[in-house]
Design a protein around this ligand. Structure first.
Ligand code: ADE
Length: 416
């Protein structure tokens, strides 16, 4: 088996951390148990391009239990947990190509290695694997793919609109049991975790600027506010702006927020959201980071150009001194800070995200033939099953309609 990881000697640490995550992943455990018996992915070559974390390792084990023939590569140069890569290779014989801190060249070589597997199903986080397939001269036998994140779905929908997408892709991101929990609570907590591990700065009493009020921004604003920060939201969408105001935050353009903020976090999916004129206006010691998928949201090239001096002051913190003397601290090279300096979303939310991944892969094996070259939602019944299993595992019950209530609700559907 071919692989490229940092150090196989890290396997024991990785094994322990993988087990720690598994304890919080009851839905995935239930799927793994069924997959072991039913083998719905028997013989299916599956290439996955995901953040190589303890949660992803549990997904890989589940897919393998279902009979999949797997290769895994990193979906970001800074998000790999090297101990997890070691346990995947050494304990689970899963071909893994991922090293934390790999340069761009190695990152794309690793994607090539995942494609060399000649996948029948792709599993992406950010659509880099699907993009590589589409720009390759080789022909692939892919029947379908799954996509984990908002940015990936945006890229794939644009390909589908231009009619260049070569196979159907299931948008795992858009399942209720994914974005409502992973994007909101997962990003909210793990982004703060990343910022705190990198800086150990006090959030209470600070001014915390959140750029983008999608599900990730909402979660982040709520957690920062809960820790005592005064939160400012910047937006380009008026409706989201109103929501942020009514949720209790100040809303203003980045230009006005720049001189006020102690922390700045981008979660927009867009490009150059924080740029030259904003850096110029910032306070000495401002912390700037990103939790969106790509490292495009902060104009790092402009910061590099403006800075008189640059030095690493802590792990994951680069201090740029501007000509006016103020110091701007950029975290994690502008890459996803929740995965760069912390461990990504907690297992309890990845449980649902990855349950969607596993069940969507099973769905593709059964149904891909009938699908077109489009982006499809996760089937409702999959979302519902996952929600029920999760709520049950958390020890909560819900009501069930009685016959009278069913008849009452059905009466509204007459003629529709
Ligand atoms: N994306 C965000 N957090 C993650 C995690 N813990 N594992 C895999 N992908 C993630």
């Amino acid at each position: 088996m071919d692989y490229d990881i940092k150090d196989i000697g890290l396997r024991e640490k990785g094994r322990n951390r993988m087990g720690w995550a598994e304890q919080e992943m009851p839905v995935l455990r239930a799927i793994k148990k069924r997959f072991k018996k039913e083998k719905p992915l028997a013989g299916i070559r599956l290439s996955a391009c995901l953040h190589v974390t303890s949660e992803t390792a549990n997904l890989m084990e589940t897919l393998k239990a279902g009979g999949a023939d797997l290769v895994l590569c990193a979906s970001n140069p800074l998000s790999t947990q090297d101990d997890i890569a070691a346990t995947l290779v050494a304990d689970h014989q899963i071909a893994t190509f991922a090293i934390k801190g790999e340069d761009n060249k190695r990152y794309y070589q690793h994607i090539e290695s995942a494609l060399y597997h000649n996948p029948i199903i792709t599993m992406d986080d950010g659509a880099d694997l699907v993009s590589a397939i589409h720009s390759s001269k080789k022909e692939f036998a892919v029947i379908g793919g799954t996509e984990e994140t908002t940015t990936g779905v945006v890229r794939l929908k644009s390909m589908a609109d231009k009619e260049v997408l070569k196979f159907p892709v299931i948008s795992v991101n858009d399942a209720d049991t994914k974005y409502l929990f992973d994007n909101r609570y997962g990003t909210g907590q793990s982004t703060l975790d990343g910022i705190l591990r990198a800086t150990n700065r006090l959030v209470a009493g600070s001014v915390f600027v959140v750029a983008g009020y999608g599900w990730c921004g909402r979660g982040l604003a709520r957690r920062a506010s809960g820790m005592g920060a005064s939160v400012i939201v910047t937006e380009i969408d008026a409706v989201k702006g109103i929501e942020a105001v009514m949720d209790g935050y100040r809303v203003m353009p980045m230009e006005e927020a720049a001189p006020l903020g102690d922390f700045f976090v981008t979660v927009t999916g867009n490009t150059k959201v924080i740029r030259k004129e904003h850096f110029e206006a910032m306070k000495d010691g401002a912390i700037v980071c990103n939790s969106g998928h790509f490292n495009t949201e902060i104009d790092i090239a402009a910061l590099e150009k403006m800075a008189k001096k640059k030095r690493v002051v802590r792990d994951f913190v680069e201090e740029y001194t501007l000509s006016g003397g103020q110091r701007i601290n950029l975290l994690g090279e502008g890459r996803l800070i929740n995965l760069a300096s912390a461990e990504g979303h907690p297992a309890a939310v990845m449980d649902m995200s990855f349950a969607n991944q596993a069940l969507s892969a099973e769905y593709l094996v059964k149904e891909a033939k009938g699908l077109q070259r489009k982006v499809y939602p996760v089937p409702k019944q999959i979302d519902t099953v996952i929600a029920k299993l999760k709520l049950q595992a958390m020890g909560f019950g819900i009501d069930k309609m009685n016959k009278e209530q069913e008849r009452y609700m059905a009466s509204w559907n007459i003629g529709t």
